[in-house]
Write a protein that binds this ligand. Structure first.
Ligand code: PAF
Length: 283
């Protein structure tokens, strides 16, 4: 049986635990999450274990990255199952603050990211999102003082925003992206997949198929416009409402016009019923 992680719910408790690890010359990897853990999160934890001697997983459903119309209240909260997974993975610390510990009365400071946060992708549809993410991740980094932090590539724009922020603010944390984990039929694992009905769950697989087809066409020398147009049509024909379906420079997220414009990434966001899905792949 594995040892249980220390569960810290206040900043002083967390600080003491981190100080103790530091005194013992540990290196620390942080895996920030909002809970509702699935195999994708487990793969982040496993990568964290390879990159540091101790692993901290944060579980905090961050209210500031949800608009009032979004699913903050409905976001799945599966604490017992999450802890069971983290015990099995032999995580050292679970940082699980309440909202009042993270944003105490009178809290009045916000990080406003630019660059990749204004790429015209997620930010166009969720203008509040990256400010909320950058602020909470900035806090998580100063609270946990990790050497490395692991983020899933599934939220690709988020990963680029956090990398930029760590560099711009000299946060001293190496931000590492981890490959998206997919179901057998290609659907990217996401805590929000539980919102899908069985029929929608089947339909959702079109996102990965469309991106693979567009990527294959671009690699084979097709121009970007028809290759991307074909993928977008597939998604719409399956009944999803597209927010965006774009190919961008994989590092800057700047628009591209040709395959030669650099390493490319296809990014998609689409709504299926009441569920909003995002995904991306390398070309
Ligand atoms: O990707 C997520 O789960 C969240 O956006 C994060 C990085 C934990 C910040 O709340």
């Amino acid at each position: 049986m594995s040892a249980s992680p220390l569960i810290a719910r206040t900043v002083p408790t967390l600080r003491r635990a981190i100080d103790n690890l530091r005194k013992r010359k540990a290196t620390i990897a942080l895996v920030p999450t909002m809970g509702a853990l699935h195999d994708g999160h487990v793969s982040l934890v496993r990568l964290a274990k390879r990159r540091a001697t101790r692993v901290v997983v944060s579980i905090f459903v961050n209210p500031t990255q949800f608009a009032p119309t979004e699913d903050f209240g409905a976001y799945p909260r599966t604490w017992k199952a999450d802890i069971a997974r983290l015990v099995a993975e032999e995580v050292d610390i679970v940082w699980h603050p309440g909202v009042a510990a993270m944003y105490p009365e009178g809290f009045a400071t916000r990080i406003v990211p630019e660059g990749p946060a204004l790429a015209g992708l997620e930010d166009r549809f969720r203008p509040h999102f990256f400010g909320g993410v950058a602020t909470v991740v900035g806090k998580l980094f100063t609270q946990c003082r990790p050497d490395v932090a692991i983020f899933g590539e599934k939220d690709f724009q988020q990963l680029r925003v956090v990398m930029q922020m760590a560099r711009d603010l000299d946060l001293g944390v190496k931000v590492i992206g981890s490959r998206t984990v997919r179901e057998r039929d290609g659907l990217a694992m996401s805590s929000r997949n539980v919102y899908l009905s069985p029929e929608e769950r089947q339909t959702a697989t079109v996102l990965y198929r469309a991106m693979k087809e567009s990527a294959a066409r671009i690699r084979a020398g097709d121009s970007i416009a028809p290759a991307m147009g074909g993928g977008a049509e597939m998604i719409k024909a399956a009944g999803l409402a597209l927010d965006y379906y774009e190919v961008r420079h994989a590092e800057t997220l700047a628009p591209v016009t040709s395959r030669k414009d650099g390493p490319l990434r296809i990014l998609v966001a689409a709504r299926l019923g009441t569920t909003r899905l995002i995904d991306n792949i390398a070309v």
